[in-house]
Design a protein around this ligand. Structure first.
Ligand code: G16
Ligand code: MG
Length: 218
């Protein structure tokens, strides 16, 4: 039986993934890197440093950049992202998400956060959702990012549960892979072609209810 739910943040609880994309796109333009539509999907759930590596690899000469320059680029991207986050308020909570979290809490499910974002505590605060989460993995302490299962395995442990007792909710390919590898049950939010590996899938968070999940679990 399911006793806990592990949440991704960007693209699941709120649509900050569009802000991440915009900030990376602006940095790519600045560095004269051709923005490829596939980047948006590839950068989802991937850490800031690993995301930058994807962009710089596209130049064909990623080794031309010093560690100092790379740190500077990562900071510039984050500054742009933080500026975009100024518009964030509870109005930006994904459809149905407050009702889903409230239902989980009322039925004593344990709730954990498995976001790769170092800005996650700030985002949850801006949305007014911090109090729902009993456990949060600090992404700065991870050895490997998604699609490695580490972030979900750690979240399961922090909740005091077994992987099979947990649902993991994700919008990114790398995230679904990570959940599957952790042994938790993967719930994808988004398009079928992108999230084919998800054990359960919904087009949008509006369909994310305990009743709908139970029906697909059968
Ligand atoms: C998120 C986003 C990624 C972003 C990463 C790191 O992960 O999906 O695009 O690169 O966090 O974010 P930051 O630069 O704020 O530390 P998740 O796991 O919440 O989807
Ligand atoms: Mg995400």
């Amino acid at each position: 039986t399911i006793k806990g739910v592990l949440f991704d943040l960007d693209g699941v609880i709120t649509d900050t993934s569009v802000y991440h994309e915009q900030a990376w796109h602006e940095l790519a333009d600045q560095l004269q890197i051709d923005w490829q539509p596939a980047f948006a999907e590839q950068l989802k759930g991937v850490s800031r440093e690993a995301s930058l590596a994807v962009l710089l690899n596209a130049t064909g000469h990623p080794n031309d950049y010093s560690a100092e320059q790379k740190a500077q680029f990562a900071t510039e991207k984050n500054d742009r992202y933080l500026a975009l986050l100024q518009q964030l308020s509870p109005a930006a909570i994904a459809p149905g998400m407050t009702a889903f979290l409230t239902a989980l809490k009322a039925q004593n499910y344990r709730i954990g956060l498995a976001s790769a974002s170092k800005n996650a505590p700030f985002v949850l605060e801006r949305l007014g959702l911090s109090d729902y989460f009993q456990a949060r993995v600090d992404p700065a302490t991870l050895r490997k990012g998604k699609p490695d299962p580490e972030i979900f395995s750690r979240c399961v442990a922090l909740l005091g549960l077994q992987p099979a007792e947990c649902l993991g909710i994700e919008d990114a390919q790398a995230g679904i892979q990570a959940i599957n590898a952790s042994g938790a049950v993967s719930v994808g939010i988004g398009a079928k072609d992108v999230l084919a590996a998800a054990q359960i899938r919904f087009e949008t968070t509006a369909e994310l209810t305990l009743a709908n999940i139970r029906q697909q679990l059968k």
